[in-house]
Design a protein around this ligand. Structure first.
Ligand code: SAH
Ligand code: SF4
Length: 356
């Protein structure tokens, strides 16, 4: 198979081109084509001579994915199903907001953690994604949003925010995630502060990430204020107690100076009670943090249900009155298999995927 260039940074591309007997600046030109102009082929790289383009085609490929399916929501959200070079299917989502344009990236094909409420967990785990395959999603979302004429997409600016909240657990694919963060920052020009890495709470990974001293936002999916409940929702993360996770977050805040976000997926009748809200408030007291409440997006085949609006409000108020900053994730992209992993799950079952 041809070697993929997408995933190499400018420095690595300069070295490659020098190995091909070319001046180093050719590497910068290729980086510019791949990351700034979203080129899919060497043929598009018109400032490279024809002989060089032919030479590169024999050995390398840009390595972009193929768009298999796109679902557009009425709010401008676009959910893409991408096929990687080896046929692996990956989901990514573009979310245009009035102030910014966000993309939700996957880091693994499936996920080995298997949280009991998550569609991605249901479909098992295949492999880690490579840095180029992670960045490809951002490039593809940007292209798709620009070319689509779905409602709300008339004024798409450059992608300026990224969240690692798609399929998979970023800290289980640590090296590729770190490389992707640098590529987004250095090659695509995205501010590190505009990037959020979401983890299910791998304590070793959180501690390692703190030492990178990056200005990214860390989001920790807590979902439960006590070990008993958390172990029921995330059975494979039982080795770390809630207290250990909070301790790792406290150290992360100390080492990076950054506020941590706690994600709390509200599952109707499971973890959305007033007792859990009070317990969470006590747990997070005095921590430089922010809680993001995510009302559950029901997954076909799973018994969990969304919380009532009343319960969301009560939960929110208990946290706010305890002085904890709390936001609620907007439920965007409803009707387009918005819960992560659903589009892929459906495609794998070969069920028809209707367009919005
Ligand atoms: N593996 C990482 C990142 C991907 S999941 C993590 O777990 O943090 C991103 C977020 O989506 C997590 O907080 C997860 O709990 C939440 N999530 C997964 N399935 C969901 C669903 N059906 N409805 C609402 N949120 C969901
Ligand atoms: Fe994996 Fe995150 Fe889904 Fe849990 S919520 S199964 S960690 S992707």
């Amino acid at each position: 198979m041809l070697t993929r260039l997408l995933g190499l940074n400018s420095e690595e591309l300069r070295q490659r081109l020098q190995e091909e007997g070319e001046p180093a600046y050719r590497g910068d030109q290729i980086a510019e084509w791949i990351y700034r102009h979203q080129a899919h082929t060497f043929a598009e790289m018109t400032n490279l001579g024809q002989t060089l383009r032919a030479q590169l085609e024999n050995k390398y490929q840009v390595g972009r994915s193929r768009v298999i399916n796109v679902q557009h929501g009425q709010d401008g959200t676009a959910k893409l199903l991408l096929e990687m070079c080896d046929g692996a299917l990956v989901e990514t989502v573009g979310l245009p907001y009035p102030e910014h344009f966000t993309c939700c990236l996957s880091t693994q094909v499936g996920c080995p953690i298997g949280c009991v409420f998550c569609a991605t967990g249901l479909s098992g785990y295949t492999r880690n994604l490579e840095p180029g395959e992670i960045v490809d999603q951002a490039l593809t979302v940007q292209e798709e949003m620009r070319s689509s004429n779905s409602p709300g997409n008339n004024d798409i600016r450059r992608l300026d925010h990224v969240t690692f909240m798609g399929m998979g657990e970023p800290l289980l694919n640590y090296e590729a995630t770190i490389k992707a963060l640098h590529l987004l920052n250095e090659e695509l020009g995205m501010g590190m502060r505009n990037i959020t890495v979401s983890t299910v709470g791998l304590v070793t990974g959180i501690r390692k990430l703190a030492q990178e001293k990056l200005q990214v936002t860390l989001a920790v999916s807590l979902h439960a204020p006590n070990d008993n409940l958390r172990r029921k929702l995330i059975p494979r993360m039982g080795q770390w107690s809630v207290a250990e996770i909070i301790k790792a977050c406290r150290d992360y805040i100390r080492d990076t100076g950054r506020r941590v976000t706690f994600e709390y997926c509200l599952l109707g009748g499971v973890n959305d009670g007033t007792a859990e809200a009070h317990q969470l408030a006590v747990l997070l007291r005095g921590l430089k943090c922010h809680v993001n409440l995510i009302p559950y997006n029901p997954v076909p085949g799973l018994a969990f249900k969304a919380p009532s609006s009343r319960q969301i409000q009560v939960f929110r108020e208990i946290l706010s009155s305890a002085g904890i900053q709390v936001t609620q994730r907007f439920q965007r992209g409803q009707g387009i298999d918005a819960a992560c992993g659903q589009l892929r799950q459906r495609a794998m079952k070969k069920a028809p995927v209707e367009q919005y």
